[in-house]
Design a binder for this molecule. Structure first.
Ligand code: CA2
Length: 148
């Protein structure tokens, strides 16, 4: 379905709120979707959500987004740190891409401190919990010329 903003979540984020609350908090992916939907509504923007544990599925959605969405919010999960393929797919998307991480990846293990996705993202938000997704939608609304 064509919408203004696509929110993509990568591997294991379906477990949000169900494991490791000390790192990722108690909120679930449904809470993320509710928050973003409510912010998008303030600006009259349409928004849709996809989550997959499969790299190829995320890449296919990013390719389809070229025709269907004006902006992307993405939490690539563990693929942030490994996937040149995801980075290449995002580089081919012409609209703004905001990368979100729930945790502050720079305070964590060294292998989390490099994100290939950051190299092509318009902006990166990390360490603000699920509020980061809401902030990304606020920012994109301004980028897309909307006022609340
Ligand atoms: O902080 C983030 O948002 C991350 O993208 C989350 C990824 C992690 O690999 C990145 O380094 C940082 C992992 C998502 C796993 O999410 C879970 C949530 C609850 C329980 C288990 C995993």
């Amino acid at each position: 379905m064509a919408t203004d903003i696509l929110v993509l979540n990568g591997p294991n984020l379906n477990l949000l709120g169900k494991r490791q609350p000390e790192i990722y908090g108690h909120a679930t992916l449904s809470d993320v979707e509710r928050g973003c939907t409510s912010v998008a509504r303030e600006y009259g923007l349409s928004i849709s959500f996809c989550q997959s544990n499969a790299e190829h599925q995320l890449i296919d959605w990013i390719h389809a987004a070229r025709e269907q969405h004006r902006a992307i919010v993405i939490n690539p999960g563990g693929y942030s740190h490994t996937s040149i393929a995801l980075m290449d797919a995002l580089a081919a998307f012409e609209g703004p891409v905001i990368e979100v991480h729930i945790s502050n990846i720079h305070r964590r293990e060294s292998f989390r401190q490099l994100s290939y996705v950051s190299k092509v993202a318009s902006g990166v938000i990390c360490g603000l919990g699920i509020h980061g997704y809401n902030l990304a939608v606020h920012h994109l609304a301004a980028q897309l010329g909307r006022q609340a």
